[in-house]
Design a protein around this ligand. Structure first.
Ligand SMILES: NC(=O)c1ccc[n+]([C@@H]2O[C@H](COP(=O)([O-])OP(=O)(O)OC[C@H]3O[C@@H](n4cnc5c(N)ncnc54)[C@H](O)[C@@H]3O)[C@@H](O)[C@H]2O)c1
Ligand SMILES: N[C@H](C(=O)O)[C@H](O)COP(=O)(O)O
Length: 350
């Protein structure tokens, strides 16, 4: 990254019929946000103008052909398409899904090329995005294919961080998916992310049990005893600060979670229900473990309020700040941990 420019923050527009465009524009309606980064929205001038008219928003923007032409102190719009796609606020339409994916794919290409530094995604509808060309249950799964690394769905605020062993996996498939290698990989990924992305030197991680009451010694399922506990012990013996499994039902109500830097839940709703109950509106969905930084707000398309101008942009704003903070932490971590002697050797060899 050119050190003289601001961090370029790409935004994929999400489902045009939802609240994604609204929360993104509301975030940058406050021009002070341009002090922190240069936003690059992947959509089109006409689409953004239409949304602004409908929602009575006022953001001055700069249309550009591609992200490399972004200008600091402006809200940049990359013209990904020329036509004017139909918007039906509150409806799950084929067009809504198609343009959400056009925007996402263009943003991810720019991320891979280095034309943007981080990506914040506005919400998509998991149903209308499906096509022959796009067959993923969400951003996390798509980005895991496009970028390097091992992905982890990591829901984060400053004070609460919940990662998932299994993410977009149907409940009937959860138990079979939780195998020792997956548990080891997720523990390693969450630990690395806590160090590298959040600056926590020796993170303490709690794992939640798979079965009710972590199986109660095999009475209610054997997976906790036979799969989870041996891996937690193995990783703890190696020096990782991993603890559990804890019964998931009382873990959050008893404030047990406050004693750990992060929690690994066994499956989607086990982790996301307490997370969104405690922090809805302030939470951020972060795809940890990958070569690039992607965050998103903690909510979906919210069709029932789309086009009405009442959507709360707080979580989107948090997603912007979180992406910037993680990017800065990572850059600092990489500078601190790189082999400086190797650099000197290379210089001498030239
Ligand atoms: N990152 C993403 O792309 C993402 C995240 C979550 C859900 N989704 C998708 O969104 C669709 C709808 O999901 P859902 O209904 O479960 O969740 P949702 O977050 O869209 O809505 C849940 C409730 O919260 C309200 N709400 C959400 N965001 C709000 C905001 N910014 N301001 C005010 N109220 C808000 C909604 O009106 C609704 O009552 C689904 O297709 C789902 O898969 C996408
Ligand atoms: N599980 C996420 C949530 O509820 O916030 C959401 O489905 C988004 O997933 P992706 O980031 O993979 O699209």
């Amino acid at each position: 990254m050119d050190e003289n420019r601001k961090i370029r923050l790409g935004i994929s527009i999400g489902d045009l019929n939802g609240i994604g465009c609204e929360v993104a524009l509301k975030t940058f309606e406050d021009s002070r946000m341009l002090d922190f980064c240069t936003p690059v929205i992947f959509a089109s001038n006409k689409t953004v103008s239409f949304q602004m008219r409908q929602l009575k928003l006022n953001v001055t923007f700069n249309g550009i052909p591609d992200a490399s032409k972004a200008i600091d102190n402006k809200v940049n719009i990359v013209n990904v398409w020329k036509e004017v796609p139909r918007v039906d606020f509150g409806q799950a339409t084929k067009t809504g899904g198609e343009y959400a994916i056009k925007s996402l794919k263009a943003a991810v290409e720019a991320l891979k090329k280095g034309d943007i530094d981080v990506l914040v995604t506005a919400p998509i509808n998991k149903n209308n995005i499906q096509s022959e060309d796009f067959n993923f249950p969400g951003h996390t799964d798509f980005l895991a294919q496009e970028l390097e690394g091992e992905s982890l769905m990591f829901m984060v605020t400053e004070t609460l961080k919940v990662g998932l062993l299994t993410d977009h996996v149907a409940v009937k498939d959860v138990s079979a998916a939780i195998i020792p290698r997956l548990i080891r990989d997720k523990i390693n990924t969450i630990e690395k992310s806590l160090k590298m992305d959040f600056g926590i030197r020796k993170p303490k991680i709690a794992l939640l049990g798979i079965n009710p009451h972590s199986g109660d010694n095999g009475v209610i399922g054997k997976e906790d005893d036979e799969v989870l506990k041996p891996v937690i012990k193995e990783m703890a013996d190696m020096g990782h600060l991993v603890f559990g499994p804890y019964s998931a039902d009382s873990f959050f109500g008893s404030d047990g979670y406050k004693k750990f830097d992060a929690i690994l839940a066994a499956y989607h709703d086990q982790g996301l229900i307490p997370f969104k109950t405690i922090s809805f509106g302030q939470g951020v969905n972060y795809t940890a473990g990958l070569s690039k930084v992607r965050t998103s707000p903690d909510h979906g398309t919210a069709y029932e309020i789309a086009g009405k101008g009442v959507a709360d942009e707080s979580s989107f704003k948090e997603a912007v700040f979180m992406a910037l903070n993680i990017f800065k932490h990572r850059t600092e971590y990489q500078e601190l941990t790189q082999d400086v002697l190797k650099k000197q050797r290379l210089k001498r060899e030239r």
